[in-house]
Design a binder for this molecule. Sequence first.
Ligand code: SAH
Length: 396
Amino acid sequence: MTNQQVRLRMSEEKRFQKGYPLILQDYIERLPELQEGELFDLVGAQGTYYGTAYYGVQNKGIGWIVSKDPVTQLDRAYFMKLFKKAYQLRQDLHDDPNTNAYRIMNGEGDHFGGLTVDLYNDQLLLQWYSEGAYSFRRIIYDVLMEVVQPRSVYEKKRFDRGGEYIEQDDFVMGETTTFPQMVKQDGIQYAIDLNDGPMTGVFLDQREVRRYLRDELAEEKTVLNTFSYTGAFSVAALLGGAKSTTSVDLAKRSEAKTIEQMSINGIDFEAQEIRVMDVFNYFNYAERHQMKWDVVVLDPPSFARSKKMSFSTSKDYDMLIERAANVTARKGTIIASTNTASLDMKKFKKLIEEGMRKAGRNYKIVEEFHLPSDFRTPRSFREFDYLKVLILQLKN
Ligand code: SAH
């Protein structure tokens, strides 16, 4: 059995010489007839072999390179080696008594794009990004049951049009459990539900930022947490000795979720402000009443819903910074976060500069966060490290 060959456009060969893992439709001359999950060999104009990839149409791209040596089948031995290696690389987290929720396999960073695997205490959550990746599921479940020995396995399919989550029963195998379950990161408790739509209750990739807020920033401070979801940043701040927190999120269920999150961490939620509200309306309200906070957290989705306006992180972050700066106390701090892959650090910093200039505030960047080590990314290509968080210390 041999793989079909897929020929790269000459202009695109360079990136694959350097080990780029993702194949976009635009990169190739002509796409042969391929089945989802089928392997093909990526070759240059002169026939140079660049690697073997699997075909899987996802939000961005049509496949991932999975091997630098010719292979015609991804079998049990292949995945066993891959998952064992990935699992061993997280030894520091397996050994950490304060953390039991983290990523044990991060797609292309662990040499198989289109799938991520997270450990939530003793339960696994797999997220599939293409039909092609999903075609390997039988072997992958089997291998993971052996390597990790989880109590149960859940999954999310994210390969509907535009990479949308497909509404389904997320349970795959093992013991059925009732949710919420408790997990922890750095000693902070989170109530999670692996079978309740696209989100689980906690974003595992913000671990280091929440720890920084708790350990380095929060003490005696007032904190405004915007786009707060389950209030994870508010909880981190309160555990770090914050004087008070205000959590603002548009989603109705965020209130109950925030109350739950605070309660399981021993926090009296009634002493905290929780607002179910559009962030931009809340900024209007706060400005009108001249309210100020010592620390403001900004963690918007790539596209924010809003009744009156549409907000796109990659276009409008300057406006968000300006609004935040207007309610930040003298010499306060803004935590500016984005997980928008298409917004690179350079452009992100430019938008921040612009927003601060409009607000008339001077600042310096005192800390910079990216994806934590369990969210491994291909070394030479920054674009896969989608998380960018800057700690902005205001000077006036
Ligand atoms: N910071 C959170 C994650 C944010 S997820 C954490 O650390 O867990 C993005 C959140 O933004 C969602 O909960 C969504 O309901 C909320 N959201 C989207 N548009 C909004 C708007 N205009 N105003 C307030 N919240 C909004």
